[in-house]
Write a protein that binds this ligand. Sequence first.
Ligand SMILES: [Zn+2]
Ligand SMILES: [Zn+2]
Length: 172
Amino acid sequence: MEIRLERITDEPFYWQEKLTIPVETLNRPELDDVSEISCEGRVAAIDEGYLLEARLGYQQKLICVRCLTPFVDEVEKEVELRIVSRGPEATAGELELSEEDLTLLNVDDEILETTPIILEQLQLNIPMRALCREDCAGLCPVCGNNRNDQPCQCEEQKIDPRWEVLKDWQES
Ligand SMILES: [Zn+2]
Ligand SMILES: [Zn+2]
């Protein structure tokens, strides 16, 4: 979606869009798939530029780092961005960068494109360590079994060597 900023005066501009982004574009191995993204928001004129508020909704399929099983993560995200359009005479030094709670976005041509903003949000919503659940038991390092599905006997066979000595002693 392209939003023409100069058309926004007293009334905010409202928009809605549905977007499909190929998962390859995001280039994250832990991301297996992304559903269609629905986005709705508004852009309003404020003292120094514009304020964009939007809500994103989609599903992402992630690969669990412990058990390597894909799982679906429901994402609902609100975005708030302050937009400063650089007029021909404005220089970067004139822009006030004080509001740390908002992300500042510079727009050159009075046209705001929403796709790069949405792409960045998608990147931010991919967790550093995706887990199918907090207490995912992971794969067994010995036999490769997914311990969430069923326990395996590998751990029980791994007896502490000190007990092994004791066992020999008891048997003799
Ligand atoms: Zn897992
Ligand atoms: Zn095992």
